[in-house]
Design a protein. Structure first.
Length: 245
């Protein structure tokens, strides 16, 4: 059965559907040896030979998901042109080809999800689903009640007003405080920019929850596969049926 090429590639775990569209437009995708640059092109995942950068893509695969406790000083990307360490170096024992879902900054730590289902990735990152992500944030200084309310209502950043957030004080100290902040969007360095807007630099930032997933006691630098219950919850939260392998 023929489907749009970007969907076939995304379902194969190449990348999100949007990224696959960019690969097609850049002339990096071929179908049966012919370079394709038109987004409307269709392909049969069971019959056609698909390649990205001359590498044959295996369309039929088992869907898989895992959690990594990302340490600091790693970039969330498959490869880094600046030669920095990437999170993929921590997954060398993983036999399946997986990709990070979203990102954590170089200096941030915590729960980072990986999977090879392009449609699931696309929905998890799409703003319309507003998947909640929970962070433990250590600040230099302690915001007062008015400033905490401002964080909850939203902060006007250079790229627009942030959505309302949940903010809980875990440690109240004038020199160093700890907040739990829950976001339903994912702009670049959003929490750091929100706190710095109020005059409180972020010293440490750790993601402890991503939708239905919890980091728990997984040590930094370690990873584990999702449980069946976690895997099913992810699909349910974005309105997808759990794949039948």
């Amino acid at each position: 059965m023929e489907e749009r090429l970007q969907k076939v590639l995304a379902d194969a775990g190449v990348a999100s559907r949007r990224k696959c569209e960019q690969l097609i437009l850049a002339g990096r995708v071929s179908v049966n040896g012919n370079v394709v640059t038109t987004l409307g092109t269709k392909a049969d995942p069971m019959r056609d030979v698909l390649t990205v950068d001359s590498v044959v893509i295996s369309v039929r695969h088992d869907t898989v998901g895992l959690i990594l406790h990302k340490p600091t000083s790693y970039v969330t990307t498959v490869a880094d042109p600046q030669g920095r360490r990437t999170v993929m170096e921590l997954l060398q024992e993983v036999r399946e080809r997986v990709y990070p879902v979203g990102r954590l900054d170089y200096d941030s730590t915590g729960l980072l999800l990986f999977c090879n289902d392009g449609e699931l990735t696309n929905r998890l990152l799409h703003p319309s689903f507003k998947l909640e992500k929970v962070y433990r944030v250590t600040l230099l200084g302690m915001p007062n009640s008015d400033e905490l309310d401002q964080l909850r209502r939203g902060v006007k950043l250079t790229d627009g007003m942030t959505l309302p957030t949940k903010v809980k004080v875990l440690r109240n100290h004038p020199l160093e405080s700890v907040l739990e902040i829950t976001l339903r969007e994912g702009r670049k360095r959003q929490i750091r920019r929100m706190c710095e807007f109020l005059g409180y630099p972020v010293r440490r930032l750790k993601r402890v929850e991503f939708g239905p997933l919890k980091l728990g006691d997984l040590p930094p630098g370690h990873w584990r596969y999702l449980t069946q219950e976690e895997w099913a919850a992810l699909y349910r939260d974005v309105g997808l049926d759990l794949p039948q392998e």
